[in-house]
Design a binder for this molecule. Structure first.
Ligand code: FDA
Length: 942
């Protein structure tokens, strides 16, 4: 639909002519701080972080301390004179109280009430002045079914309260992600099944009251499911005409989404309210995509978003009566465009509206009213602490330098948006870029992955021993699917000591030039990438990792190949330090035959990492995979041998006691790369120390951990719960980096324990190939038994807050339900022994010093985490926590090659860092070559 641009500009100018400054707003210190934040990125970061942490701080003195930590003397200027004086001249108890009041006041600007009674007063005033509203309950992140039930209960009560309002005045807005605890974009249908009953409960009551129910649009991950849910509701409530959805103009798929939606409505002859917005999650969407090496799903030019808003506004108006559009914006040009379209199309007044956010751009809201429109206000309410996410998003919008609200109304031209304007530069790539995880929220990615699972399901692989160019057979072992004990994944011929000797005899001392080796590694990486989905499926079948975990395993393997190719090119050449008359060369040489003894827990990634490092270095690799995952290893070796000479890469599956020992003891083996248990790692060290060798054997050992996450008083509990559950129960707690200890400050312990319990209970257990499964089986029947025994002593040592039984309908596999035990003594067996399974212990402490001391008081030093929003505490942990990898305010697993080089010290390893810049040096020895080129006093040329 096209409307004359003069009409749009005239409408925008009419709005603008009604905008008046208000003294109260311009004098408010919070307004001052917000204005200052728009100009200073550093101040803005401090402001948002301070506001974010503040409700979690219990005492005024702590608030003042946090303030001082976030704002240096210069930054305090940004708050204006009142706050400056308070901070400089008042005791911290007074200034802390003042700051809390200030932030509460700001929150009150955007949240209509902290509870329902205060909300209702505010709604009444809105209705009295002729505006309409849509109420949104803000709350804690919904991580448990209980929290989701509470969300629905709250709407039940809210709807009762709204019964006194006229049905055209009142409406509600729902967050789809709050309707179930496990929102899985990779399993849309089962997720919708979980959400549906709760959605219905709210809708049935709304139908009685004839209220509009809007489903908000959240992030890109949730988009598809939200549309599907609404379509299903439209079908099931076939004569209810008061559902609403949101279209986000900043999304690159907005045109497709809108076309599909309108087609569907036309086909089914249904009507829908459609709120058109630009989108509130721009920074988050962009950062997540860049981090994961995904295409950015949102436009990156502000002008483009503005242009799309206008295009879609026209399209939605034209789709009337199937669509009843709402133009939701504070941008006068955008609103004017929507209004002009609606007027030109002669839409009945009741069939379109302007929507605005409660508390945002109040001057603009007043101007819109004075121009004769009564907007529907989006009105959030809820307690301050859980409402922080909402508040921070609004502050971000208020201070974004590309926000209309920051523009000078008098200098606005209200021209047509220029799609090329408002570009934000992408950060320069910094070092190696990961290939990134698969994005299973994409339908195509999901269906291809499902196809790979279907194709691979009944395939049994026969894996011969590979010694040079020979395929040898012998005694066999069967590899089974831990999710379904009766399913065979492959038959593995077992290598013998003779095979080991022959492989060593065939192995050259070194192979390939640097360029050749780097090229071959990239070839292997490409081959893995080409078969990524198939390998992902195989990992689920043989090793019990669920979809995202299996995919991450393959991703890491591919990254290792590319990364080590880059690294060998970086360090593989000569370095010169010549002086007149003398040349000096520093070179790295292959150390020689390398034994790779790999674990089952990252069956492709770790095996590929150790093997590709050896190959990058020019060492032949003799690979002994774990017995549980020999088929995955075979699939890797088969692909790698398309690029690497047969004699440089041998596949020797078999028991550690024979094949493993023969490799470690062989005098020709110059490097042993091992990842596995501490006991085996230590025995390898002893064997190597005592063996009869020509060259001192290098050992690269990675041996587990007893990883802790500390939760401090200022932690964001939503984030901590999510991160701990992910770290402790992802892949059933069988990662070397898994969290098995939580050390929590007494003041947050009850809350944390309760929420951890709810969030863990919500985890879905199932066969690893089921896209909905959060937790699959543990690797073997023997592990299942061992973990049952470990649970028994954990029960005796602490207070069990959850010991989940496995659901009855699971197939015959090795499942172990998650367990959480609270109030454990730091030196208890549960808190000291590596359990390598879904058992999580909690210890309570009274200070950060005590937390650090408990965290460090174990034999291991692999990974660790901290949840805290106090900069000084974060610094203290960075300095004092004895771990190879420290993660602050995030989960502690999932190290990315190149970005988070992985490995620990103490009994966790020798300080080597897989996926780091120094790792290859463990497989090389350095040599210095000095030549005197002076002849009879003539220095010659270096
Ligand atoms: P303005 O014209 O200043 O636009 C700011 C917006 O432009 C940003 O929010 C972003 O979308 C976009 N932008 C900024 N920089 C950009 C860049 N470099 N490249 C591309 N685009 C850029 N949001 C949401 O996601 N889901 C929802 O359900 C709702 N619900 C809702 C209800 C109501 C009543 C309102 C008024 C708003 C929402 N929103 C929303 C929020 C909305 O998406 C939007 O963030 C704000 O309204 C700000 O946009 P304006 O048009 O008001 O301002």
């Amino acid at each position: 639909m096209k409307v004359p641009d003069e009409d749009v500009q005239e409408q925008a100018r009419e709005f603008a002519s009604n905008v008046r400054p208000t003294w109260s707003e311009s004098l408010n210190p919070i307004e001052k701080a917000l204005q200052y934040a728009a100009d200073s990125e550093q101040f803005k970061r401090g402001l948002l972080r301070f506001v974010d942490v503040l409700p979690a701080l219990s005492s005024p003195a702590r608030i003042t301390q946090a303030f001082r930590e976030y704002f240096d003397d210069e930054a305090v200027q940004g708050w204006g004179q009142t706050v400056r004086n308070a901070i400089q001249y008042s005791p911290s108890s007074v200034s802390g109280r003042l700051l809390r009041q200030g932030v509460k006041r700001t929150a009150r600007r955007f949240l209509a009430g902290f509870d329902r009674p205060s909300l209702l007063n505010e709604l009444q005033s809105i209705a009295d002045r002729g505006d309409r509203f849509s109420v949104d309950r803000v709350g804690e992140a919904v991580l448990s079914e209980g929290a989701s039930d509470r969300y629905v209960d709250e709407y039940d009560a809210l709807l009762d309260d709204l019964s006194g309002f006229d049905a055209d005045t009142a409406s509600i807005s729902l967050k789809p992600t709050a309707l179930c605890a496990r929102f899985h974009p990779r399993a849309p249908q089962t997720t919708i099944e979980r959400m549906y009953p709760r959605a219905c409960r709210i809708i049935e009551q709304a139908v009685e009251q004839h209220l509009i129910v809007y489903f908000d649009m959240e992030t890109d991950r949730t988009r598809g499911i939200t549309f599907e849910l609404v379509k299903r509701l439209l079908q099931d409530f076939s004569d209810y005409e008061r559902f609403g959805v949101v279209i986000q103009a900043y999304h690159r798929s907005c045109t497709r989404d809108t076309n599909e939606l309108i087609d569907w409505l036309e086909q089914h002859n249904r009507r829908l309210f459609v709120r058109l917005v630009k989108g509130a999650y721009w920074d988050e969407e962009r950062a997540r995509a860049l981090r994961n090496n995904w295409p950015v799903p949102v436009y990156e030019r502000k002008g483009k978003t503005d242009q799309m808003f206008e295009r879609l506004a026209g399209q939605l108006v034209q789709a009337h009566p199937h669509v009843r559009p709402a133009f939701a914006s504070h941008n006068l040009r955008s609103l004017a465009y929507g209004v002009t379209c609606a007027k030109q199309a002669d839409l009945p007044d009741r069939d379109w509206e302007i929507q605005m956010l409660y508390g945002m751009g109040n001057r603009i809201q007043r101007a819109v009213r004075e121009s004769g429109f009564h907007p529907r206000l989006y009105v959030p309410y809820g307690e301050l602490l859980p409402g922080m996410g909402y508040l921070v998003r609004r502050l971000l919008e208020n201070t974004a330098n590309q926000s209309f609200l920051q523009d000078d109304i008098d200098r606005q031209t209200y021209d047509k948006p220029d799609p090329e304007s408002g570009h934000v530069e992408r950060p320069e790539p910094n070092g190696y870029q990961t290939v990134g995880p698969a994005d299973f929220s994409r339908t195509k990615t999901r269906s291809r992955q499902q196809q790979a699972y279907d194709d691979r399901r009944d395939r049994r692989v026969e894996c011969p021993v590979l010694v040079g160019d020979e395929r040898r057979t012998g005694e066999t072992d069967t590899s089974i699917n831990p999710s379904r004990g009766s399913e065979v994944v492959g038959t593995v011929h077992q290598a013998t000591e003779i095979d080991v000797r022959d492989a060593l005899r065939k192995s050259p001392e070194r192979w390939g030039e640097v360029d050749e080796r780097a090229g071959m590694l990239r070839g292997i990486g490409n081959a893995l990438e080409a078969d990524r989905k198939e390998l992902t499926a195989l990992i689920s079948y043989e090793n019990g990792k669920n979809w995202p975990e299996a995919d991450a395993d393959v991703m890491e393997a591919i990254d290792f190949c590319y990364y080590y190719a880059d690294q060998i090119e970086r360090i593989g050449g000569e370095r010169n330090r010549d002086v007149p008359g003398e040349t000096n060369r520093h070179v790295y040489c292959p150390r020689g035959p390398t034994a790779v003894i790999a674990p089952w827990n990252f069956p492709l990634a770790i095996l590929t990492g150790m093997t590709s490092a050896a190959l990058a270095a020019g060492n032949p690799a003799l690979v002994k995979p774990s017995g549980e995952t020999s088929v995955i290893a075979y699939e890797f070796i088969k692909r790698a041998r398309r690029f690497v000479p047969d004699d440089a890469l041998h596949y020797l599956p078999g028991p550690g006691s024979t094949v493993g020992s023969a490799l470690v003891e062989a005098p020709e083996i110059n490097v042993v790369a091992f990842t596995g248990s501490r006991a085996v790692g230590q025995s390898i060290r002893r064997t190597v120390r005592d063996k009869n060798e020509t060259m001192m054997t290098e050992t690269v050992l990675e041996m587990g951990g007893k990883n802790a996450i500390i939760v401090g008083p200022s932690a964001d509990i939503d984030e901590a719960v999510e991160g701990i559950v992910e770290s402790a129960f992802g892949y059933q707690g069988q990662k070397c980096s898994a969290c098995s200890r939580v050390i929590v400050h007494e003041s947050r312990a009850d809350e944390l324990a309760e929420r951890l319990r709810g969030a863990t209970q919500a985890l879905i257990m199932g066969p690893a190939d089921d896209p909905d499964a959060d937790m699959g089986p543990v690797i073997a029947r023997s592990e299942q038994q061992r973990l049952r025994d470990a649970k028994q002593y954990a029960r005796e040592e602490g207070e069990v807050i959850l010991d989940q039984t496995t659901p009855g309908e699971l197939p015959d596999g090795h499942y172990v339900g998650p367990m959480i035990v609270d109030k454990l003594a730091p030196d208890s067996q549960t808190m000291q022994t590596e359990l390598f399974g879904p058992i999580l212990g909690l210890t309570r402490v009274e200070s950060i010093e005590e937390a650090l001391s408990v965290a460090n008081n174990v034999q291991y030093a692999l990974t660790g985490g901290l949840y805290s929003r106090m900069p000084s505490v974060i610094e203290q942990a960075k300095e004092q926590m004895e771990v190879g990898n420290l993660y602050v305010n995030r989960d502690i697993t999932g190290a990315v090659v190149g970005r988070q080089p992985f490995g620990g010290f103490k009994q966790s390893g020798r300080g080597t860092k897989a996926g780091g810049p120094d790792y290859l040096k463990n497989f090389l020895y350095p040599k210095t070559l000095t030549e005197n080129i002076t002849r009879k006093g003539y220095p010659g040329e270096a």
